[in-house]
Design a protein around this ligand. Structure first.
Ligand SMILES: [Zn+2]
Length: 141
């Protein structure tokens, strides 16, 4: 077993080391957090030290990552306004919940504006085709 180095609290790229997790195949594994999207992750010290892992997989992938998802900007805007339910503070969860019914031009709205955006309190509002028709709502539940 390789000697464990205490790297708790250190930052590698965009990865913040929270605590030691376990040892896997002689590699010390650490519980970490992606500073870009707050996603939890487990990374080996080897990958951190070598610079192989600089962020979570989603943020690391330039072309297919969640940060490039068309709905990621919306998620970030809602998060900055602090209007997301606990569950939806996870961008992957948010996108996997709302993306299937998303269509271009639709906007995410709340049923009750005093409550946070959540699966039960949100819907897609269809853009109005003309001023005489009310916009159609698409609910998630
Ligand atoms: Zn990330």
């Amino acid at each position: 077993m390789s000697k464990r180095v205490d790297i708790t609290g250190k930052t590698f790229g965009n990865v913040l080391v929270l605590e030691y997790s376990h040892t896997k195949n002689t590699h010390a594994m650490y519980k970490c957090k992606c500073k870009l999207c707050n996603a939890p992750m487990i990374v080996s010290y080897t990958n951190l030290k070598s610079g192989n892992t600089k962020s979570c997989t989603s943020c690391g992938q330039k072309t297919h990552g969640m940060s490039k998802h068309p709905l990621y900007d919306r998620w970030r805007a809602l998060k900055e306004r602090n209007t997301l339910s606990e569950v939806w503070k996870d961008p992957i969860r948010f996108i996997s919940d709302v993306a299937p019914s998303f269509q271009k031009g639709y906007s995410l709205r709340r049923v009750d504006k005093n409550k946070p955006y959540s699966l039960t309190n949100s819907f897609w509002a269809q853009p109005r085709s003309n001023r005489h028709t009310s916009s159609q709502r698409i609910y998630f539940t």
